[in-house]
Ligand binder design. Sequence first.
Ligand code: FE2
Length: 421
Amino acid sequence: MTVYKNALMRNCSQLKDILVKDGKIAKIADSGTISSENSEKIDLNGRLVCEPYCDPHIHLDYVFTAASFGENSTGTLFDGIASWSDSKSTLTPEIIKERAKKGLLEQLLGGTQYIRTHVDVTDPKLTGLKAMLELREEVKDYADIQIVAFPQEGMYSYKGGEELVEEALKMGADCVGAIPHFEYTAEMGTRSVKKAVELAVKYNKLVDVHCDETDDDMSRFVEVLAYEAMDNGIGEKTTASHTCAMGSYNNAYAFKLFKLLKRSGISFISCPTENIHLQGRYDNYPKRRGLTRVKEMLDDNINVCFAQDSICDPWYPLGNGNLMYVLDAGFHICHLTAPQYMNRALDLITSNGAKTLHLGDSYYLREGNPASFIVIDAKNDFDALRNRAQVLMSVRNGKLLFRKEAPSFGEESLSGYFKMQ
Ligand code: FE2
C-alpha cells in the first residue's frame, strides 16, 4: 500500500491523500485523514495531480527518420509523403521497433500513458504494423497503445490499399484510417471515407481519418466523415484528425458544417506544432495558420484535443513527445489565451484526449479505478500552462514509472534580494 500525501487535485482547493492498494485507488480523502501506518508514504507537497496525458495522434513507425530519409526542403505534407515513400522499403521491423521505443520513452517521460499511433499499411509486407503489434504487447505495462491501420499513400491511390487496411484490421489494428485529401480524385477520397466507416462497423473498430490536412478550402471530406459516422451510429467512436482546411473555410459554410459536426458526436484532433509547420506553405503573405477551429469547437462543446503527430520525421523535424510543448503552441496559435480556456488547459491533453480514445470511465482519478496518474510541478492548469510545467512523477496501475526532482531555480541564493518565500 502507498499513500500519496498532500495531492492537489484539479479544481479542488483542499489537499487530498490518495491511498493506492493492489494497483487501484482505494481511497481519496482530505489530507491527514488516511492512516498511513504500514504504508509507504510519498509526500507530493501540494503539487498538481491529474490523469496521465493522452497523445491520440502520433506516428511511432516514422520517428527519428528525418535524418536518414531525404530532406523535405519544401516543408509540405506532400513532399513529406514523397520522401517517406522513396525510403520506407529500407526499414525492417527491428529498426522500426527500436526507433519507436526511443520515441515512446520520450512520450512516457513527458507524462503520457495513452497513445494512438497511425501505422502505414500501404506496404505489402506490413512491416510497420508487425513492429507495432509487437511493441503494443511488449510495453503494455508502461502505456496503452491503439494502432490505426493508416493507408499513408491512399486507400485507392495506392494499389491494393483497401485490402491492406482490411488485412491490418484482421491482424489486430484497433482503428481504421484514411487520407481522403491525398487520394487522386475527390470521388476516391469520398469512397475512402465511406469504406473506413464500413470497415469499422464490420470489424467493430474505431475510426480515425487524416481529414482535410490541407489549406485547400474545397477539401470538405469532414462533412462526409461526420455524416457517415452519424448515419452508422458510430459518432462517438470516430475521430477527424487535422481538419486544417477548416481554417480556410468561409464562415457561411462553417456555420452549416458545425451543426452536423455537433450532431454527429465525432471527436477532433489538432496537431498544432506539426500543422503550423506544414500548412501555409503555398501562401505568400498573408500566411494562413493552417489549424482547425479549436476555439470554436470548445465554445460549441465539440470534443477536441491536441496531439504531437511527429517526432523528427519527414513531415516535422522537431518534436520530443512532451505534450506540454504542444499545448503551449496550441494555446498561442488557436487564440486560447482567455481565462475560460487557460483555466481548463489540461483538458486538451487529458480528458478530451481520453474521450477521443474512447477510454471510458476507468481513465479517471476516482476510487476503485486503476491507480494511474501523474504529478505536475504546478498549482493549477494556468500555472502548468504558463510555466510549461514538468511532470515530476508518473504512476501506472499503482507502479511508479518514474520520479524526478523539481528544479530549484536557484531560489536559495536569490531569496535574500527578492524576498522569496
Ligand atoms: Fe498524422
